[in-house]
Ligand binder design. Sequence first.
Ligand code: BGP
Length: 494
Amino acid sequence: MNFPKDFLWGGAIAANQYEGAWLEDGKQPNVTDILVGIMSRKPGIKWNEETEKYEMCLDPELAYLSHEAVDGYHRYREDLKLMKGMGFNSFRTSIAWGRIFPNGDEEEPNEAGLAFYEDMFRCMRELDMEPVITLSHYETPLHLVTEYGGWRDPRLIGLWNRYVETVVTRYKGLVKLWLTFNEVNNLFRIPLVAGGVLTVDHPKDPSDPIGSTTKQDIWDAYHNILVANAWTVKIAHEIDPECQVGCMLTSSSVAVYPYNCDPKNVFGALESQRMANFYFGDPFCLGIIPTYLNKVWKKDGVTVTFTDEERALIKENTVDFFSFSYYRSSTYDYDYAMRGDTGGLVGKENPYLKDKAPQPWGWPVDPEGIRYTLNVLYDRYHLPLYIVENGVGLDENLNEEGTIEDSFREHYIEEHLKNVSLALEDGVDCRGYLYWGPIDVVSAGTGEMKKRYGFVYVDRFNDGHGTLERKIKKSYYRFKEIIESNGEALEEKE
Ligand code: BGP
């Protein structure tokens, strides 16, 4: 095995799926607080005819499990110790922007929120875990969404910069690895979630906020996010020259394979890779706006103009590293309409893949796809890479012994890690593997508890009941062995 000795081994979660306490200590709602799952088409907002604005209006029939989630807000100390029990030397979570600036546009931050994360990051340091901190994991404050229409509005850049300045200053020395926007390349698939984008000026059908989003608003958000990302790098480096800033993309869609060697499929697969990854990756990592976008903008009937100052800012402030999620690959066939979910794009079934996760989700398993993805990203960007999400969600219940025999998860991790090792041998500078969901959290896509990724089980169910007690699953011990041996334990099971 080829893992370097300072390789980061760890896990990743997000504030909105883990913490709960959605209105505690001054926090106001985030965009995910009004959704039961980020793939939902029905956000809990309604148009007020008098004020001509959207306002929060949750559906009383629905269970918004993320509001309490797994109560991480009150239990992170015990949970972090459980993570340390596996030997983690790193841990990824996000700061909920709305704990620091509850509405996003206040002048002064909320001290309770700042103190909460300070204690959490100190706790990680005490346990010798490197904090890997996402500045925004689908957590745009709702007020910025309903009032400004999210990232479509350039005023968000200034508000964001204030937030970045505040947290980088406060956590200087504690946090060295910052990620900007989680899976921001989902902007074109789920603009409300990934960019808080909402058309707030005369939406075409206010009863269907998602359906009313205009292409111009989405591309304006793209423009503003590229600028904000560059500002983040600049501000963070000025405040703390020791810290590093990386982008975070969903890169399952790097592994979009042409379904066959029909040149139409080969070129279509390339276009899917661009759309799903490089629209963002190239400006973030290379500081350039890809020229092929001119054609896309024309087709979408939008105008996107970067000023010379903005282009210079983007050019001069590229990220220090590239981090990404990888769950599975997909195939491109020009004759087949691709769709997507939180695992990436979904095309025609790939007949060469042997494994699939069990139903009801049944995501295909393609460990070689992670090697391919690492190689493509490294060839293109020549930046250090961190895998900050990879994992498998399973419907699991405790057995009679009060545990879970999750051999499928063990197998999933082993196969992916063997391919990470091969990528290291290929010469790729991959510096970490942070498993997604090391403790069960609320699923991002569907808002359920039933879809569990953890090495640690949490007693909570889809209907909201449960004691929240934590129990160790079998895979916990296997991952511990792998970490303790710095990957060598993978050999035994060749
Ligand atoms: C990614 C998100 C995570 C996460 C994961 C798994 O897209 O960044 O927040 O939850 O997908 O998705 P799901 O929970 O829908 O299975």
